[in-house]
Structure formats: C-alpha cells, structure tokens
Design a protein around this ligand. Structure first.
Ligand SMILES: [Zn+2]
Length: 174
C-alpha cells in the first residue's frame, strides 16, 4: 500500500493501532486529518475482523496451539505405522496421512495464490482445520472465505468422498 499524502505509511498506522506506544506518531496523528481518516477506517475494519473471528466459525478450544505444536515438529504418530502393516488400522492410518499431505499441499498452494500465509493444518474428527495469517484485515476476511471454498472444491476433486470438511481460521493479521 502506498503511503498517505502526509508521508506516514499504513503499516505505521496499523502498528499504532496495535500498541500506541510511539509518542512522536501519537503527536502527529493528533493533528493530521489524513491519518485520522485512515485510522477511523482501519479501526472499522479491525472491529469487523474481531466480529468475524468470534461469530460464524468458532475456533475449537485448544485448536490453535495443537496445530501450531504439530507444525513445529511435535508429530507423535507420524511415521509410526510399521511397514507392510496389513490390517484395517494400518491402512486407515496411511490413508489419513496421505489425505493430510494432499490437504496441506493444496492449502499452501491456494493460500499463497490468495496472499495468505498458512500457519498450520490439521485433520481433527475428519474435518480439515487450516490456520491462516494475513497482512491486512479488510481483504483477509473475504480472502479467507475464498480459500475455504477453493480448497473444498480442489479437495473434492482430488479425494472425492474422502475430502474433509474445510474450516479456515484467521488467526492473526500483520
Ligand atoms: Zn498523517
């Protein structure tokens, strides 16, 4: 995004909204109509993000920390199935891993195309949970929703009946 006519950037104003600990910027903003207008708009977008984050798709308790833990290397069951395991449990486990691999690859591919960053993916109770981060609040809401529908479509194409229900959680912005 381009800077405001007064020379301040949107990034600076987003940071200002987050912590307001820059006295020099605080003084500037108090007397700058351009910043005031931009801040009002940003505040507006942030409040709708907060609203969206808590209302339509509640993030299951503990999900974010579980998925992020998995992303950061704690994967207790990965690779634990013995080779040549021929019982139902073994095949299911392999199939689950294959499904998760496809889900991850598609989620990252589609999210990148939409300007989102995938922080983690997990399949829980047969449903795919995707955690994404975005740079700016306003487009992030519709883009996260777009990711959900694109990913659902692609997964059905690749996995048919094995395609999980997809949930996309916007976990942070900036
Ligand atoms: Zn300004």
């Amino acid at each position: 995004m381009s800077p405001l006519p007064c020379g301040r950037s949107i990034d600076e104003l987003v940071a200002y909204l987050a912590d307001r600990d820059d006295p020099e910027l605080t003084a500037h903003v108090a007397g700058c109509a351009q910043c005031a207008a931009e801040l009002a708009e940003l505040e507006d977008r942030w409040s709708s993000v907060r609203l969206v984050a808590v209302t339509p798709v509640p993030t299951p308790p503990g999900l974010v920390s579980r998925v992020l833990a998995a992303v950061h290397g704690v994967r207790p069951r990965l690779g634990s199935a013995p080779a040549g395991f021929d019982q139902d449990g073994g095949r299911v486990s392999v199939a689950e891993r294959a499904v998760l691999a496809v889900c991850r690859r598609l989620a990252v591919e589609l999210a990148t195309g939409l300007g989102l960053h995938v922080r983690g993916t997990a399949v829980e109770d047969g449903e795919l949970q995707v955690l994404v981060a975005a740079r700016y609040p306003a487009p992030a809401i519709s883009v996260a929703d777009e990711l959900r529908s694109q990913l659902s479509r692609e997964l059905v194409e690749h996995l048919g009946d094995a395609a999980p229900v997809v949930h996309v959680h916007l976990i942070d912005i900036g």
